[in-house]
Design a protein around this ligand. Structure first.
Ligand code: SF4
Ligand code: SF4
Length: 385
């Protein structure tokens, strides 16, 4: 059990699916060196298959008795979608190989036809016009209180930081068995085929230790993300999770006790066959209950009634919180907490700590990248090395 627990709340009523968070994370942590296919933060459309494909049906987590459930390792091509290259040379530089043919230069397109990818079913959703619906679900590691990845690792390479509950992988100890990939029911651990180790979201701990929120939260265009400690009664996370009880964990039944919470999305009402508005929401409650648990209808009612108060120009602490006027009110971190030295020992530098969890992998050539794609595909068959 960690001393404190960092947590994040995301208000799904405000996510616009712009992927700025995804880009902020990718450019900071995973844009090269065997990490091409990794999306420590991804945003997927629901209803949809998500990323990796059908992660919700991949097993892992714990059963009711607290025993690890078997899980599967997603396939690189079919479930993640292997990174592909574009034909820039031919499409954008047609004169490099002589004059273009009668049909002109080829269209800009992937060299290898992709089978899947992040955001593969963007904006498809479900339902028939005029009652069709969808919403966006941003996802990252939940830095769970009872992490299945930790329980599954025979090398004890994965650990939960005592000071704030961030879950990290010790790269010195990891041997790339991928039991953690199978065990995480959210599929938020990725195998690095170049380095042959597992890697995951580090909740931007070097930023956290400077009193700053993770990059995904800082950059979020919709201002949907709140970051803080669950025990900080004055913080936004505590208020949304514990006081107002409108932020719910995703798939709590997986048994890992996630520390990323979601304010479920309201939706417009349906039209009947004659084109009249009904009082039935377009996103079926049952769909949201499946994701966020049985308290969803109660939470939606609270949101509606507080929203109406605000419309009547009455005060609403909840709506003011969710509108998120200022970053200072959305992110409540604690720089002084990290500056205290527990035992007087010299603190490790941020670079040393980072090396411990994100190794520096030499850059690869295009040929090596293509070769490693095959290696990754092999490793994702579930073999242990
Ligand atoms: Fe581990 Fe998965 Fe929980 Fe993250 S979401 S702590 S990877 S079990
Ligand atoms: Fe949603 Fe914010 Fe990410 Fe945009 S940056 S997709 S609004 S979570």
């Amino acid at each position: 059990m960690s001393k404190r627990q960092l947590a994040m709340v995301m208000d799904l009523n405000k996510c616009i699916g712009c992927q700025t968070c995804t880009s902020a994370c990718k450019t900071q942590w995973t844009n090269r060196n065997g990490r091409d296919y990794m999306y420590w933060n991804n945003v997927e459309t629901h209803p949809g298959n998500g990323y990796p494909r059908k992660w919700q049906e991949s097993g892992g987590g714990f059963d009711a008795a607290g025993t690890l459930r078997p899980g599967r390792i997603p396939d690189l091509n079919q479930d993640y979608g292997a990174p592909f290259d574009m034909n820039y040379q031919e499409a954008l530089n047609p004169w490099a190989k002589g004059k273009p043919g009668a049909d002109g230069p080829p269209h800009l397109q992937p060299v290898q036809a992709p089978q899947h990818g992040p955001n593969w079913d963007e904006d498809q959703g479900a339902g028939e016009y005029p009652n069709s619906y969808y919403f966006y679900l941003p996802r990252l590691c939940n830095h769970c209180t009872n992490p299945a990845c930790v329980a599954a690792c025979p090398r004890k390479a994965i650990y939960k930081r005592e000071e704030d509950g961030i879950v990290l992988i010790d790269q010195e100890r990891c041997r790339g068995y991928q039991h953690c990939v199978a065990a995480c029911p959210y599929k938020k651990i990725y195998f690095n085929p170049l380095y042959k180790r597992s890697e995951k979201c580090i909740f931007c701990f070097p930023r956290i230790e400077q009193g700053l929120p993770p990059a995904c939260a800082q950059q979020c265009v919709g201002r949907i993300r709140f970051v803080g400690y669950l025990d900080d009664a004055e913080g936004p996370v505590h208020k949304l999770v514990e006081k107002w009880k409108v932020a719910l964990p995703l798939h709590a039944e997986f048994g890992t006790q996630p520390n990323v919470y979601y304010v479920p999305p309201l939706s417009p009402f349906k039209y009947d066959a004659q084109g009249r508005l009904t009082d039935e929401r377009r996103i079926p409650d049952a769909f949201l209950v499946n994701l966020f648990g049985p308290r969803v209808p109660e939470v939606l009612k609270t949101l509606e009634s507080e929203r109406e108060k605000k419309q009547r120009k009455q005060p609403s602490e909840l709506m003011d919180l969710l509108i998120a006027y200022r970053h200072e009110e959305m992110f409540k971190l604690d720089l002084a907490y990290y500056q205290k030295k527990a035992d007087g020992a010299p603190a490790k530098s941020a670079t040393d700590k980072l090396r411990h969890v994100i190794p520096i992998v030499p850059a690869e050539s295009l040929e090596e990248r293509l070769e490693n794609r095959e290696v990754a595909a092999g490793n994702h068959s579930g073999e242990t090395t």
